[in-house]
Design a protein around this ligand. Structure first.
Ligand code: FES
Length: 120
């Protein structure tokens, strides 16, 4: 959840604390039926499996890219470090954020072949 544009863990905030604040849920990232580029890219790269952690990663990544459109891998790792995934591992998630950022900047971005097709 984003509150006033900042990612928070929903378990740490009571509903009353959100009064008069701008709250964005994962559903609020999309523009109607059109997914946010981060959502599209997570799906394209298989950066989610069960999806339990995905809202936290996606909203945190959105906050990062809103503030810094061209983050380094280390900045992505640091920004997402408060989120845990028990399924996917983190490489696909980092790559999805990098690719989404490039797509949002209108730049071409080549992922390593093994990111798309696995090791041969
Ligand atoms: S995709 Fe299952 S916990 Fe992250």
């Amino acid at each position: 959840m984003l509150v006033d544009g900042r990612s928070i863990l929903s378990c740490l905030m009571l509903g009353l604390d959100a009064e008069d604040r701008d709250v964005t849920s994962i559903e609020g990232m999309a523009d109607g039926a059109r997914l946010h580029p981060l959502q599209d890219t997570f799906a394209d790269l298989g950066a989610a499996q069960c999806g339990y952690c995905s809202p936290g990663f996606l909203l945190t990544a959105k906050e990062l890219l809103d503030k810094k459109p061209d983050p380094s891998r280390e900045e992505i790792k640091e920004a997402l470090s408060g989120n845990l995934c028990r399924c996917t591992g983190y490489i696909k998630i980092y790559e999805a954020v990098e690719l989404a950022a490039a797509r949002m900047r209108g730049e071409a971005f080549e992922l390593p072949r093994e990111s798309l097709y696995g090791l041969e």
